[in-house]
Design a protein around this ligand. Structure first.
Ligand SMILES: [Zn+2]
Ligand SMILES: [Zn+2]
Length: 394
């Protein structure tokens, strides 16, 4: 296998990247509470001589680096938030905050983007254009990307292209995984209320049993993916909670359900509220009950621009070698990076981060999650070369 191709200044940053990552890892903060993390980010960006805006969408930070020559503006995005998980990794740099943990790798994303800012700031005279470093809150929900866009992050100067990097423990450190087109799903939330009429468990004929009606609703909703929509088109309708009833011999007057709806296609996504309302409403009606659906739109489909994905593939090939660049399978997870990629062309790519030899293979969002820090300089190198390649005057 070919050796990694890392620039000397990137390689020299390795220890600092690990140190920054560990500082952030020790002090994880939940969405929109990233006060300490964003403070660290702003202070580091300022020290590099960047124009820094703090408090964007509450805890977001933006650093602007203007190159020595005019050109395009590239947005690079990292997320800063942690998860409500009690860390069980046993690492010496484990979370010092009870019940909060960086279990998705956003500590790495923040450290890598700071590293890329440092390298690019030192090379600013050579840059034709601007790099905008965006550190966003609350990716794990309710979402910091959209409020940052609403706060004007795509303007002054206007952003032409956007890129983001996410660790992925499904791939070993040294690999890069990417995919053109839809890469992560849309994620909407449904809340369903089934209303019947309560009564005595011995006298069902005097009631409308909301539990029996809800059971039919649950079953009927499965036909959305299996009977209504083409089997070649991915769609997920999963009900995660069901609550109703008081006692074993009392017929429940009401049942409430919640679920998640995911697709890979914005056109199909638009048709789903009607389909779900129809199935729920008419099934309930068939059994003399009433159904109500609350449909909440969440993150859109994350779509990678084909040309920008090709550019990322070329950059990744140059950094890690062709045999370590993998094509990613479509994932039904979702990401608010989607909003940046709705606004401008770009790519959201994945950086292999696991190491079987070091025992670092736990999945994201698990209490044992940790990654091989050798991925950090690789990520920085990818971001730096992406900016330099994309800003290259033609
Ligand atoms: Zn996550
Ligand atoms: Zn994540």
């Amino acid at each position: 296998m070919a050796a990694l191709s890392l620039d000397r200044d990137v390689l020299a940053l390795s220890a600092e990247l690990t140190e920054t990552r560990r500082v952030i890892h020790r002090h994880p903060e939940l969405g929109f509470q990233e006060v300490r993390t964003s403070g660290l980010v702003a202070q580091r960006l300022r020290a590099l001589g960047l124009a820094v805006t703090e408090g964007v969408a509450r805890t977001g930070v933006v650093g602007l680096l203007e190159g020595g020559r005019p050109g395009k503006t590239i947005l690079l995005r990292a997320d800063m938030d942690a998860l409500p998980i009690q860390e069980g990794s046993g690492a010496e740099y484990a979370s010092e905050v009870p019940g909060v943990m960086h279990a998705c790798g956003h500590d790495a994303h923040t450290s890598m983007l700071l590293g890329a800012a440092r390298i690019l700031a030192a090379r600013r005279d050579r840059l034709a254009g601007c790099a905008k470093f965006v550190f966003q809150p609350a990716e794990e929900g309710p979402g910091g990307a959209l409020p940052m866009i609403e706060a004007g992050v795509m303007r002054d100067p206007p952003v032409d292209l956007a890129f983001g990097l996410h660790l992925i423990n499904d791939f070993p450190v040294g690999t890069v995984a990417l995919r053109a087109g839809p890469v992560m799903a849309s994620m909407d939330t449904i809340g369903i209320t089934v209303r019947g009429r309560g009564g005595h468990g011995a006298l069902p004929h005097q009631t409308v049993d909301a539990i029996v009606v809800a059971a039919h609703v649950v079953t009927a909703l499965q036909t959305l993916a299996s009977r209504e929509i083409s089997p070649t088109v991915p769609v997920v309708v999963s009900l995660g909670t069901i609550h109703g009833g008081f006692r074993h011999n009392v017929i429940a007057p009401e049942v409430s359900l919640t679920g998640t709806v995911r697709t890979y296609d914005e056109g199909l996504r638009k048709t789903l509220p009607e389909r779900i309302e129809r199935i729920v409403g008419q099934v309930c009606q068939a059994f003399r009950g009433e159904g109500e659906v609350r449909y909440e739109l969440g993150y859109p489909v994350t779509v990678n621009d084909p040309a920008m994905t090709t550019l990322c593939r070329e950059v990744a090939t140059a950094v890690v070698g062709p045999e370590r660049v993998q094509t990613l399978d479509a994932m039904m997870g979702s990401e608010d990076m989607a909003y940046f990629l709705q606004a401008v062309p770009g790519c959201f790519l994945f950086l292999g981060s696991s190491s079987a030899a070091k025992g670092l293979t736990a999945p994201h969002h698990s209490a044992e999650f940790d990654f091989d820090e050798a991925c950090l300089p690789i990520g920085v190198q990818l971001l730096v070369r992406l900016v330099e390649r994309a800003l290259e005057p033609h």
